[in-house]
Write a protein that binds this ligand. Sequence first.
Ligand SMILES: NC(=O)c1ccc[n+]([C@@H]2O[C@H](COP(=O)([O-])OP(=O)(O)OC[C@H]3O[C@@H](n4cnc5c(N)ncnc54)[C@H](O)[C@@H]3O)[C@@H](O)[C@H]2O)c1
Length: 265
Amino acid sequence: MERLKEKVAVITGAGSGIGRAAAGLMSREGARVVVADHHAQSAEETARLIEAAGGRALPVTVDVTDEDSVAAMVAAAIAEFGGLHVLCNHVGGTNPRKDLDLLRMDMDEFDRAVTLNMRSTLLGSRHAVPHMIRAGGGSIINTASVAALVGDVLQTSYGAVKAAVVSMTKSIAVQYGPQGIRCNAVAPGAVMTPALEDNLPEDVISALKKGNALPYLGSPEDIGHTMVFLASDESRYLTGQLLVVDGGMTAQSSAAPGRRAMLPA
Ligand SMILES: NC(=O)c1ccc[n+]([C@@H]2O[C@H](COP(=O)([O-])OP(=O)(O)OC[C@H]3O[C@@H](n4cnc5c(N)ncnc54)[C@H](O)[C@@H]3O)[C@@H](O)[C@H]2O)c1
């Protein structure tokens, strides 16, 4: 299958988890992939996996919060592959041990959340858009979260900055739609990546499973496949939207798991 043939894709945070899965899947569909991460070894490992499977990948070390570094990442993509058609602004997150409730949250963590999630999305897009205009169009895919849609007892900053990413997605879609650039966001629910496994205790993971309509948690590939669709021309009429990929977490009433027991056998 070559749904992304002739396309060059830059994916930030591609050294691990969802970003690595998306990079592999896009390569499988024929894209040449820039594997960008601030952890050089992880980026190189993802690129090695892609090349071993017969794809083309360029590992790039980047700090997505730093404008010069982001500019250098985009320049490296152009120098190696001659253009840029897809950008996944995937890096983000907060530290749930510091990003607490309103009264107890660490304000430095709030500032870090704004920089890591919002500033990074703005910077990546800002440097990619001129090249996409030159290419006659492109697709920007921003990683949001279900946290943008529902309130929580902690991670106050995380929900707020991911909601801002959704808002920025719509602005970019409106501003550059006339030049053929689409911009969409993906809101993953609980996905089993190192970020989630390292930060959440077993009982919380089991509660997350119960909160889904489907009886399992997502894999990085579940989100990666959605990103491939958004990168491809199959989604050519889709822009400014948020695709929620959460196993039904936000569709399900909190009463549903308990009420299941009320059904006749
Ligand atoms: N895993 C989930 O359940 C889940 C759910 C909703 C949203 N998300 C979102 O997915 C994204 C993270 O994805 P993941 O779960 O694949 O995490 P991950 O921890 O597996 O991967 C994150 C990658 O980003 C890199 N990175 C961190 N800071 C960076 C920086 N400043 N510059 C460049 N690279 C940097 C890390 O080195 C790492 O390789 C975040 O935007 C997160 O909010 C994840």
